[in-house]
Design a protein around this ligand. Structure first.
Ligand SMILES: NC(=O)c1ccc[n+]([C@@H]2O[C@H](COP(=O)([O-])OP(=O)(O)OC[C@H]3O[C@@H](n4cnc5c(N)ncnc54)[C@H](O)[C@@H]3O)[C@@H](O)[C@H]2O)c1
Ligand SMILES: O=P(O)(O)OC[C@H]1O[C@H](O[C@H]2[C@H](O)[C@@H](O)[C@@H](O)O[C@@H]2CO)[C@H](O)[C@@H](O)[C@@H]1O
Ligand SMILES: [Mn+2]
Length: 441
């Protein structure tokens, strides 16, 4: 069995320990020869890297493991590059969330004004990173889940139109499916979903029982009405995530036809969410006080003790497992189903062909083969056409260095929806992102 060479970009991410654990756990399904962590932040990379050295010494000693801030060392000879960079880091995420909220607008990592601010930073850094990767590893599969994945996917589609080995993925749809399995008391792998939308903006039309073909969505709808909705890993979640999953019940009371992605809450209830969110303490602050602190202090402890102790079991690795499953589908031409972000080209019949949509695909060595959706109802079409327009205008702003296009992207966005507010928040974000955005003239 071939053993693969993998690089993780954003190797200093809070999610890296979860990946390291999954690579140990899944070494039979996905045998590795070499694993390199790459980050631009030497200090973060060193802490996670040293933790990784101890983890692999104890659990997977034959793996050739290293960490670096050098692009040649990172990319040369790679088969797969997993991308999880956070352009601007968590401090900039805090600004993306605080600035719009202080103006009465949704401030969120990937949605609305904050998502667009993060989007422009990610366009700059992701395009540079993909060029670097292609310089050293022209044939590597690039599996991107750096956010905002919708905007990154559109920018990469335009910058690298011939590159068929770049795949954009989000684990949120799979998480909703896993959460349904918790509700139903079954294995999530027995559920066969049908899903359409954009990244962080979609709906499940059906959740079939894989064995019988029966649609379980009516039962799920009823159970959510009676019992609410919890994430599969509720016991490990911060309070804000429990609120987010709880909103699925509200959404289904108003729009019972389909099961929503949790991110739909921002687009359907923007006024309510603005009132609920605290402009001085957002999710970024919660992450910096919880996950980031915990991950780095646990890594430091392991380094100090020079042994893993009991740390392995408690590392959360749900989305790492999903990403590794995506890589194995490609590596072994499995053609099993994943929800992926791909160019529409008629999959959603009544949406433009060049939209980057999120749908179920069969995935194998030749890439994704999306399953057709057909026409979607007017309500959903209206919402999605609005959002895809905003995302495309933002990417125009990036490529054309155009303030006007950015203003249009912000104005049309449902979470802003007013030209004066759009200009005000855009100008504030230009100032906050100095040196990290393209110059907008
Ligand atoms: N698509 C999904 O479903 C999904 C799920 C979870 C996280 N994410 C994304 O994963 C990323 C990491 O999230 P996190 O909360 O762990 O963030 P984090 O800030 O803890 O880690 C991100 C790392 O990226 C590094 N980085 C920043 N710019 C870089 C660049 N140009 N090149 C290389 N490294 C760079 C940072 O130094 C940092 O160590 C984010 O983009 C997040 O949005 C996506
Ligand atoms: O606020 P954060 O940083 O906790 O999460 C933002 C990300 O949320 C989703 O990813 C979840 C994922 O669904 C869950 O299974 C687990 O792995 O945690 C992740 C982070 O909490 C979303 O899909 C990402 O795009 C967001 O970046
Ligand atoms: Mn996501």
């Amino acid at each position: 069995m071939k053993k693969y060479n993998i690089c993780i970009v954003g190797g200093g991410s809070t999610f890296t320990p979860g990946f390291l654990k999954s690579f140990v756990r899944m070494q039979k399904e996905f045998p590795l020869n070499k694993l390199v962590l790459f980050d631009i932040d030497e200090e973060r990379q060193e802490i996670i890297g040293k933790f990784g050295e101890i983890l692999f010494r104890e659990q997977f000693p034959e793996l050739n493991f290293s960490y670096t801030t050098d692009i040649k060392e990172a990319y040369e000879g790679m088969d797969f590059v997993f991308m999880q960079m956070r352009s601007g880091g968590l401090p900039m995420r805090a600004k993306d969330e605080h600035i719009p909220l202080a103006m009465g607008l949704i401030g969120q990592e990937t949605c609305g004004a904050g998502g667009m601010a993060y989007g422009l930073r990610s366009c700059v850094d992701m395009i540079k990173a993909v060029k670097d990767i292609r310089n050293y590893a022209p044939e590597a599969w690039i599996l991107n889940y750096s956010n905002p994945a919708a905007i990154v996917a559109e920018a990469l589609r335009r910058e690298f139109p011939e590159d068929k080995k770049i795949l954009n993925i989000c684990d949120q749809p799979e998480n909703v499916v896993r959460s349904c399995s918790r509700l139903l008391g079954c294995d999530w792998k027995d559920l066969d979903p049908v899903y359409f939308g954009l990244n962080h903006y979609g709906w499940f039309t059906n959740i079939y029982d894989r064995k019988t073909g029966k649609d379980l969505l009516p039962k799920i709808r009823k159970m959510i009405k009676e019992n609410g909705f919890l994430p599969q890993d509720a016991e490990q979640r911060d309070p804000s995530w429990l609120d987010t999953y709880g909103m699925v019940e509200t959404i289904m009371n108003d729009f019972p036809e389909f099961l929503p992605n949790t991110y739909d809450q921002y687009y359907l209830y923007p006024d309510y969410k603005v009132k609920q969110l605290d402009p001085n303490f957002t999710r970024a602050d919660e992450v910096m006080q919880s996950r980031e602190k915990r991950v780095f202090s646990e890594c430091r402890e392991v380094i100090k003790e020079d042994k893993l102790g009991d740390k392995f079991e408690n590392i959360s690795d749900a989305h790492a497992e999903m990403m590794i499953n995506v890589a194995t589908a490609i590596a072994y031409n499995k053609n099993n189903r994943h929800i992926l972000i791909v160019e529409n080209n008629g999959i959603i019949e009544n949406m433009q062909n060049d939209a980057m949509v999120e749908v179920v695909c069969e995935l194998g060595a030749n890439g994704p083969r999306p399953l057709s959706i057909g026409k979607i109802p007017q309500f959903y079409l209206g919402l999605l056409v609005n959002q895809v327009s905003s995302e495309k205008l933002l990417v125009d702003a990036y490529f054309d260095n155009s303030y006007q296009k950015a203003l249009e992207a912000f104005t049309i966005n449902r979470l802003i929806n007013d030209a004066k507010k759009a200009r005000e928040v855009l100008d504030a974000l230009i100032e906050a992102n100095e040196g990290m955005w393209p110059e907008l003239k």
